[in-house]
Design a protein around this ligand. Sequence first.
Ligand SMILES: [Zn+2]
Length: 272
Amino acid sequence: MALDYILTWANGFPDAAINSFQRALDTWSAALTSNVAVNITATWGVNLPGFAAVCIPNPVQNFQNRPVTDVWYPSALGDKLANQNLKQNEPDMNVFFSNNVDWYTGTGAPPQGEYDLQSIATHEICHGLGFVSAFWELPGWPYTGSYGNQALINLANQMVQGTGQALGFQLPALNNQPTVYGLHIQDLKGDQLTNTGAYANNSVNLGAPLVGNNLFFDLNRYQVYAPNPFVPFTSIDHLNDPNSLMRPSIGPGVRVRAVDAPVLRILNELGW
Ligand SMILES: [Zn+2]
């Protein structure tokens, strides 16, 4: 049992780009399993300030057979764990592609200056499958750190509005609750950032580690990207590893089309 997909191509997604995206889906289909098809909308050619592509997952919580209560799961993973489609008639994620970069859609090496669509699709789908932390930091010293903050949802909604295209679902208020990925983020002592005995949500105490580059997905395992200053939608949501699929960004002329072992182990720990 691999992964099956229900796909919607929005805003004139070109055939060559569809083929490239499909190869990324084949990679995930070979890596993961679910009894429920993953419903994906891919939106072409939009305005994305500062990003080549962005994936917004459809969040779900407190479903039947959930491993943890009051924790947000991407609906693709929630579907697998609940063994049913929890978001009928809605995509599990929407992947937006910028109209402001040169895309390479072939199977060879991307030329300098061109972004490899297959690599970036593979990376973005991984966010949609669970690589998303929902941590947030208010600018200005001393930093206030939080997770599940409405500011994060507001910024995501603002980004979607700027594309002029539909997201396909409503982003809920996260109610200051963590994501399943965020639950695993630990400091050097092994304290979870979401353990309120160690770090209160919406606190200066939580602000410091979010910019320390000393955070891990499970202690002593995988260091996550946590630069100073905090980068919305980038900090914590990536591995601090220049060779991983989930490096902070995949620049032009670079291809990384395989799922490396750390990324696969992290997804398995999330419930895949
Ligand atoms: Zn990313």
